[in-house]
Write a protein that binds this ligand. Structure first.
Ligand SMILES: C=C(O[C@@H]1C=C(C(=O)O)C=C[C@H]1O)C(=O)O
Length: 98
């Protein structure tokens, strides 16, 4: 990484990275929504075994990339938690009346 020469440059580069992350998260959200369409109940939406695998892979990849694994785990758990809430809200909205 080129060393930034001012705080303004640091922040402008962070803003650029955040823009890339937003685009990737929007793409990820589309896939989370697609996954939700295959599920019929809350347990399937939460899929704790899958969450454990995704977090373990994020930690492994973080370590290889020089990102602190505990940072990766926190970010992934927060992100997945938010997507689970989105899936649950959509399920509640689209569920046929009892
Ligand atoms: C996308 C899914 O649904 C949920 C969201 C996940 C995620 O954001 O990676 C993982 C598991 C589920 O909690 C899935 O089951 O794969």
């Amino acid at each position: 990484m080129d060393q930034p020469t001012s705080l303004t440059e640091v922040r402008s580069r962070i803003d650029a990275i955040d823009g890339d992350l937003i685009a990737l998260l929007a793409e990820r959200q589309g896939l989370v929504r697609a996954a939700a369409a295959f599920k019929t109940d809350e347990q399937a939406v939460r899929a704790p075994d899958r969450v454990a695998k995704v977090v373990a892979l994020a930690r492994e990849r973080a370590e290889a990339a020089g990102l602190a694994p505990e940072v990766a785990e926190s970010v992934w758990r927060a992100m997945i938690g938010a997507f689970i809430e989105l899936e649950l809200t959509e399920h509640a909205t689209h569920r046929p009346p009892a």
